[in-house]
Design a protein around this ligand. Structure first.
Ligand code: OOG
Ligand code: NI
Length: 456
């Protein structure tokens, strides 16, 4: 038998991410404008701050900055989700974290498919926020049944795509000879369709229940609804969007601007109203809004303790906003108690760090009884922030809402259902905190071992 050679999953992901970006750029020209804007802002930041450039370079983030993207899709059925998980697995992407958006009045729950180790993230940091519609939250049971029936009729993957996924699973990898074909086939699932699968009355009925239900149910597939590049200074990018007359969302989601950015800050331009043909005895022209552009700035990953403090601070900020305090003031006040100094974040175990042996270590050797704090303060060890790779449900809800228009009134707002989500997915989601913790622990272990070897 001839030897099968497999494409590296990281390379397959990079190929797919490139192809998706090219397709979206051709379909939504404003996305291209946004990419140019982000490239300008990033070049300016790197030029202004050689220290930032050096840090990004040393931590493997600089080489992939230009290609770094996340996208989002919304799926309709358990089967779509489990096949999507297999498709992404071929590209080295795993479902990380569970996001409940029902609490925010949005009838979906979600995960993010992404690479999980440093080398893979450095090679191609491509993530896809993947939502699954929760028809169980629809109060109108007749409409719920109709939506389920319509979804049951569609097949979002091409037959060849499924064949290639299965072949890769059986053989233990995607053959190099079919890699390009697989990317082209997979791309079909993410494509925009200007034709709805239902008549305009059905569309309107579903839209009235919730705009998101219409977006998922009425089309042939889960069109990619945005692709987000990473920007190094989101405030600069936001002003630049205004200057270039891009219809930007008025507020940046997430934490306020800080000396040491935490988690994730995001903003977007509003979804476009696009022409759609609705079938029927007589086809009708209508419109649908789904696709938008987004940019994000990523900061340090927080521990569970840090995340609780973040959630509490954000909730306080949102409350004072509702009480009439201007957004920026509300955020500044609510986050005043959140340390903005790396050593405090580390000492109080609010954030994750990667340890390394410092080049500026003193002469001689550290004594064996020195603890980590002392090794750090004496310059034997140094730390770098671990970058947050995931998403924020409150921000995501804000993004959903600003792009879906008015909220539908037929949704039962209850809590999440992680069990049902994982059953649909066909596996457990990966715990994001465990990933960050392992990164931190491994880096520290390696350092301590190395110091021990020095002494030996
Ligand atoms: C997903 C919105 C969430 C983010 O960056 O938080 C998201 C969607 O609109 O489908 O992409
Ligand atoms: Ni997004």
């Amino acid at each position: 038998m001839p030897q099968i050679s497999f494409v590296n999953p990281d390379e397959l992901r990079a190929m797919f991410s490139r192809a998706l970006s090219a397709m979206y750029r051709a379909e939504v020209p404003l996305y291209g404008t946004l990419l140019d804007l982000v490239a300008d802002v990033n070049a300016e930041c790197l030029h202004e701050s050689p220290a930032l450039a050096k840090q990004l370079n040393e931590t493997g983030q600089l080489s992939s900055l230009d290609i770094e993207r996340h996208g989002a899709i919304r799926l309709g059925t358990a089967q779509e989700l489990s096949t999507m998980a297999r498709l992404f697995a071929a590209m080295g992407m795993e479902p990380v974290a569970y996001y409940d958006l029902a609490l925010a009045g949005i009838p979906v729950h979600a995960t993010a498919f992404r690479p999980t180790n440093d080398a893979a993230l450095a090679y191609s940091p491509f993530r896809v926020f993947t939502s699954l519609l929760r028809l169980d939250l629809l109060t109108n049971t007749a409409l719920r049944d109709e939506a389920a029936r319509i979804l049951g009729l569609r097949q979002i993957f091409t037959p060849r795509c499924i064949e290639l996924i299965e072949k890769a699973q059986v053989e233990g990898g995607m053959g190099t000879d079919v890699a390009e074909e697989f990317v082209a086939q997979a791309l079909e699932t993410f494509r925009w369709h200007g034709d709805a699968t239902v008549d305009i009355e059905t569309y309107r009925k579903l839209r009235a229940a919730h705009p998101l239900i219409a977006d998922v149910v009425c089309f042939k597939g889960p069109h990619i609804n945005h692709l987000t590049p990473r920007v190094l200074d989101i405030d600069a990018a936001q002003s630049e969007m205004r200057r270039r007359a891009i219809n930007a969302k008025d507020k940046i989601e997430g934490p306020p601007k800080r000396k040491h950015p935490i988690l994730l800050r995001q903003t977007s331009f509003l979804a476009l109203e696009e022409p759609i043909r609705f079938p029927g005895r007589q086809a009708v022209e209508g419109t649908h809004t789904a696709r938008f552009g987004e940019i994000e700035q990523r900061g340090i990953a927080l521990t569970r303790k840090g995340r609780e403090l973040y959630d509490k601070s954000l909730a306080a900020a949102l409350q004072s906003e509702r009480d009439g305090v201007p957004t920026e003031k509300a955020l500044a006040a609510a986050f005043a108690g959140f340390p903005d100094d790396l050593e405090a974040l580390r000492r109080e175990r609010l954030a994750f760090f990667r340890y390394r042996i410092s080049a500026v270590a003193n002469s001689g050797l550290p004594s064996p009884d020195m603890d980590v704090d002392e090794l750090l303060s004496r310059g034997w060890l140094a730390v770098e922030p671990v970058v947050y790779q995931d998403f924020l449900p409150v921000s995501a809800a804000g993004i959903f809402r600003s792009n879906l228009g008015s909220r539908g009134g037929q949704i039962d707002v209850s809590g999440g259902d992680k069990g049902a989500f994982e059953a649909a997915l066909g596996r457990r989601v990966v715990d994001e905190f465990a990933l960050y913790q392992a990164q931190q622990d491994q880096s520290l272990d390696q350092c301590l071992q190395q110091l021990r070897r020095f002494r030996a």
